[in-house]
Design a protein around this ligand. Structure first.
Ligand SMILES: [Zn+2]
Length: 291
């Protein structure tokens, strides 16, 4: 009996040990024509940035990736190819924090999004220049212009993910007017990154030479659907990336893409079929701080 008790105790202890990873993971899910990104901290906190066009596909990806909690949802801007899947994510995971560009639209998709945020009483975070920390992972918010006369694309919420020496930039569907505005107003936020998510699915009016030169990404990931009717990515965008010697990865060609990065800045890029999972930590994660 003593032996059994000892074995059970050992087993219980093994199960309650923290399963902390040492790396941050950023998933670029294959959501068809749209963006669907998950940022997962080493301590298992999860931030969703956009949720693709389909109602349930993003939730299915998150479940396949073993995600059991989502702390925060960010909508880069309120077009359906970015927010279509977010209401289901919000209802399923009930995130505490929600951040959007603050430029409402009149679509039914946007109304469903706001209803879902209301239904879980999520705390609204203004898209101002602020830093949000999930343990050692920090999200630097790059504010949208908030100019209502500009369209949704040019009011995208930018995010720079930082983990030690690793940096990754997300720019929604920002086009040239917003890029000029960003580089004028927040030049200090546009420093070199290892990985950049192509603006506007690699359209010709997304990333420009000045923005890409300041980010000088080693890798560009294009979240884009197969045979989309927009001709994304545009050959001129691909030329821009290769002229900066950036390696290009595309969800239309490779499916879901996972970036895994260490504090040292070292990173790997993987194509995942299906999403690989890692155990969620069993101990309390560090508090989220919003500054
Ligand atoms: Zn889009």
């Amino acid at each position: 009996v003593t032996l059994i008790v000892a074995l059970l105790t050992a087993l219980l202890l093994a199960c309650t040990q923290p399963a902390f990873a040492q790396s941050v993971r950023i998933y670029f899910f294959d959501v068809g024509q749209g963006d669907g990104v998950l940022i997962q901290s080493p301590s298992g906190q999860n931030v969703v940035y956009d949720g693709g066009p389909a109602v349930t596909r993003m939730v299915e990806h998150l479940e396949a990736a073993g995600v059991s909690n989502v702390n925060m949802v960010i909508a880069s801007h309120n077009h359906a190819d970015h927010i279509g899947g977010l209401p289901e994510v919000i209802r399923r995971y009930r995130p505490r924090f929600f951040l959007e560009n603050g430029v409402p639209t009149t679509t039914a998709t946007y109304r469903r999004l706001i209803e879902s945020v209301d239904s879980v009483a999520g705390e609204l975070i203004e898209p101002t220049e602020r830093r949000i920390s999930f343990g050692d992972v920090t999200l630097q918010v790059v504010p949208p212009p908030g100019i209502e006369a500009w369209d949704q694309n040019n009011n995208s919420v930018g995010i720079v993910v930082e983990f030690g020496d690793f940096r990754l930039s997300l720019a929604g569907d920002a086009e040239q007017p917003q890029w000029s505005w960003w580089l004028d107003h927040y030049p200090n936020l546009f420093r070199p990154v290892q990985v950049h998510k192509a603006s506007h699915h690699g359209s010709r009016n997304g990333d420009g030479a000045a923005g890409i030169a300041s980010l000088s990404p080693k890798v560009v990931i294009i979240n884009v659907g197969q045979n989309n009717g927009y001709g994304h990515p545009d050959p001129r965008a691909l030329e821009l990336y290769t002229s900066q010697r950036s390696e290009v990865h595309r969800t239309d060609l490779h499916g879901t893409i996972v970036v895994e990065a260490e504090r040292s800045g070292k990173y790997t890029i993987r194509q995942d079929h299906p999403e690989s999972t890692r155990p969620q930590p069993r101990t309390a994660a560090p508090p989220v701080t919003v500054r």
